[in-house]
Design a protein around this ligand. Structure first.
Ligand code: SAM
Length: 308
């Protein structure tokens, strides 16, 4: 287990903490950076409380349009505002993140933090069911000849539908004992993507790539997303799902200092700036808004014209 200077053993016990409010409409307004000192000042609390103001997402939209316009809650159409975040985005011309956005509170090697297996689930059962049901709708049918899938940041569970099988389902993660126990995987690879973001697969290998509640731990996300684009088959689908919880000491600072809508924008930006993907989209599959963990998916397909 990693050691965070200044924290007691109990405080260091890794557990996913709740980030801010659970509903997207509330998290549209989290200031990007003001929350960081607050988080650090409240080391004794596991709960990361974010305050409200102009969101990172809103600020980026202003940068992109050159106007003061922002994503307005009052202009919301019916449905979840989360699903609007990636509609008609005018992405800034240059990559909008800075090196410090990808720093973590705990910069010790990830191998320490993940050295012990955790046979736990990181989101509640309704959120898991929502994700599994969503997978059942968008995955290729079980046992489709030639289909290969890759679960990034995998563990002992992938949340695939019960009995789901393909010829090849690869899991990549940090803990071998967890990966060994994952019943859906046909093979696994232990690799620290923050040290080596290169995916050890040939071009155009996979039909689907999944990543559950872990995109926030990647400190070289563009490298990883470029690799995802390379190893996906043309038209292949990448599904990045997340909730509002994380191991906050290991999540990148731009994630711990922003809210759910910002997270959608950030993951959408990874697809956009990696290149070779169709415009990303977001779907809110939260099962019981306000009563159980929210669940969001940001997804895109490798452009058919962009074979690696
Ligand atoms: C919160 S757990 C989620 C596990 C699993 N996807 C699930 O839904 O239960 C975070 C996962 O991210 C993976 N991970 C974290 N940092 C990583 C890194 N640097 N490289 C590769 N995987 C990483 C770990 O192996 C761990 O299983």
């Amino acid at each position: 287990m990693c050691s965070v200077p200044g924290l007691s053993a109990a405080q260091q016990t890794p557990k996913l903490v709740l980030l801010g409010r659970s509903r997207s409409s509330r998290t549209l307004c989290c200031p990007a950076f003001a929350a960081i000192p607050k988080v650090r000042a409240r080391r004794t609390s596991r709960r990361v409380i974010l305050s409200f103001g102009a969101s990172f997402f809103e600020r980026l939209m202003s940068m992109a349009t050159g106007a003061g316009s922002s994503f307005s809650a009052s202009a919301r159409p019916r449905g979840s505002p989360i699903e609007e975040v990636l509609n008609n985005v005018k992405w800034p011309e240059t990559f909008p993140f800075k090196a410090e956005d990808f720093q973590r509170f705990d910069e010790s090697p990830d191998t320490f933090f993940y050295s012990e297996p955790r046979f736990v689930t990181h989101i509640d059962d309704p959120a898991i069911r929502a994700l599994t049901n969503y997978y059942a709708k968008v995955f290729p049918p079980s046992n489709t000849p030639g289909v290969a899938m890759l679960d990034l940041c995998s563990s002992w569970v992938s949340h695939f539908p019960a009995g789901y099988k393909q010829e090849r389902i690869v899991g990549m993660g940090m803990n071998e004992e967890e990966l060994k126990r994952n019943p859906v995987l046909t093979e696994y690879i232990v690799q620290d993507l923050n040290v080596n973001p290169k995916l050890p697969f040939e071009d155009n290998s996979f039909d689907v790539i999944t990543n559950v509640v872990s995109v926030d731990y990647l400190n070289k996300p563009i490298e990883v997303f470029k690799e995802m684009q390379r190893v996906l088959k043309p038209g292949g689908l990448a599904l990045m799902s997340f909730s509002n919880r994380c191991f906050w000491t290991k999540a990148i600072s731009i994630w711990t200092s922003t809210g759910d809508s910002d997270h959608v924008w950030i993951v959408g930006a990874y697809f956009h700036y990696a290149g070779g993907f169709e415009p990303p989209q977001a779907v809110d599959i939260s099962p019981n808004p306000g009563r159980s963990d929210p669940m969001y998916v940001v997804y895109s397909r490798k452009g058919k014209a962009n074979e690696a």
